[in-house]
Design a protein around this ligand. Sequence first.
Ligand code: ARG
Ligand code: ZN
Ligand code: CA
Length: 239
Amino acid sequence: YQGNITIPVIVNILEDPAHPITQAHIDSQIDILNEDFNDLNPNTGGVPTEFNDDIADCNITFVLAGVNRKASTKSSWGTNDAMKYASQGGIDATDPTSFLNFWVCEIGGGILGYAQFPGGALETDGVVIGSDFFGENSRGGDYGYGRTATHEVGHWLNLRHIWGDGRCRQDDFVTDTPSSDRANYGCPSYPTVHCRTNDMTMNFMDYVNDNCMYMFTNGQNDRMRALFAAGGAREGFVQ
Ligand code: ARG
Ligand code: ZN
Ligand code: CA
């Protein structure tokens, strides 16, 4: 399927009074996703010449379809998916075959967010984001510009970390992302060389600061697109 894909988004918020999520946070997060998945990231001009032809317009539109709020004083939800079950104090997912569910809560442990890859259990399908890192958020510091959601939606659409979570020969199954053997942090200078090639540190699937990541590649786009083909794991999103 080659056309524009529209992803209806449900935002499930476990409200902690010390970390409020406003409508402005929600709206800015939707805007940021739409920038990043349509080659409209404001920093894309910083992509080095050698990677210019690799920049992808993924042609995916995110639309806010609903917001669910539930009071919670839990300050450390962890990563065991409790926030996805009403029976455990969380909020049940809204039909994950046709909605992208976000859960926004205090995760703890210094974790910005986490996602479920396609093909997993339906009731836990979606993306969890720490409340200070959702949308444009002054509490998030270097991670307060909404790129954790972009990165996690990349995982939700089957993308691996750009270094493949391993040594040089460990692949991310994408040919136009250079091999690397580690995550990069902060805002790396160019070139940053690992495995004898320049790292694509500005890729959304690295670990750099929000304002220092600003591209997906055409190969990553192909990998995401494959999910929307007939029989693909995210086929239910094609209208
Ligand atoms: N640590 C998280 C993960 O591996 C997210 C990293 C997001 N990085 C960022 N600059 N917001 O899924
Ligand atoms: Zn990741
Ligand atoms: Ca690669």
